[in-house]
Design a binder for this molecule. Structure first.
Ligand SMILES: Nc1ncnc2c1ncn2[C@@H]1O[C@H](COP(=O)(O)OP(=O)(O)O)[C@@H](O)[C@H]1O
Ligand SMILES: [Mg+2]
Length: 207
């Protein structure tokens, strides 16, 4: 699913609340019927809800491989950790190529791949992606979106926050539009894409 809304609507805050980086003042966050709203962030991550924040946060001074391994530092099972690393490399061959380089030397698109790869090292069931296409060249945006689709098809639930509403509605099954931290509209993504009023009033796509 995708979460849309203008700048300052509360998209990032919603993701932070789900992943436990921000406490909900009211309401609840449920995972498979169970409340997770009071759990600390690391326990939420351990339950398979993994947040890829805005701005990527690649760690300087660590290699690409070390950045990835950091994503699985709680994993005691070495064989599983190696297997996940191989899976990430299969998904992002460029990370394998650059594995011994400092993570901060990667291009913007590669850093986004690294941030997603690090999240995948947790073996997530739910991925919260905050504007993964931000600042990327069109070709890389297409590549990242293709990978998001693949992850979803392989069974990972995706909550995608995007500035690029047109792109997000093409990818998602279901969409929410928020304004001032409140849901203004929700529905089938394909239907929303076709709805001229939605497009004009909420997405500002112009055509
Ligand atoms: N539900 C909310 N209630 C109160 N303040 C909120 C809520 N959601 C967001 N905010 C505040 O609004 C501002 C912008 O939120 P943010 O999540 O960064 O927006 P976005 O990611 O959509 O651009 C932040 O200062 C945040 O603290
Ligand atoms: Mg934001």
């Amino acid at each position: 699913m995708t979460l849309l809304g203008s700048n300052g609507a509360g998209k990032s805050t919603t993701l932070k609340t789900i992943s436990g980086l921000v406490r909900a003042r009211q309401g609840d966050v449920c995972l498979e019927g169970e409340s997770i709203a009071r759990l600390p962030a690391h326990q939420i991550a351990r339950r398979g809800v993994v947040h890829v924040p805005e701005g990527r946060r690649v760690l300087r001074g660590l290699t690409v491989k070390e950045n990835l391994e950091l994503g699985a530092f709680t994993l005691k099972d070495n064989a599983l950790r190696r297997q996940r690393l191989e899976e990430v490399y299969a998904l992002f061959p460029i990370l394998h190529e650059r594995r011994h380089q400092d993570g901060s030397l990667l291009s913007g698109g590669q850093q986004q791949m690294l941030a997603m790869g690090r999240a995948l090292m947790h073996g997530p069931s739910v991925m919260l992606l905050d504007e993964p296409s931000m600042g990327l060249a069109p070709k890389l945006v297409t590549e990242i979106m293709r990978i998001i689709k693949r992850l979803n098809e392989a069974g990972t639930t995706i909550l995608l926050v995007e500035q690029n509403a047109r792109l997000a509605l093409r990818l998602a099954h279901y969409a929410y539009v928020i304004e001032n931290g409140e849901i203004r509209m929700q529905g089938d993504a394909a239907a929303m894409r076709e709805d001229a009023a939605v497009v004009k009033a909420y997405l500002g796509l112009g055509d």
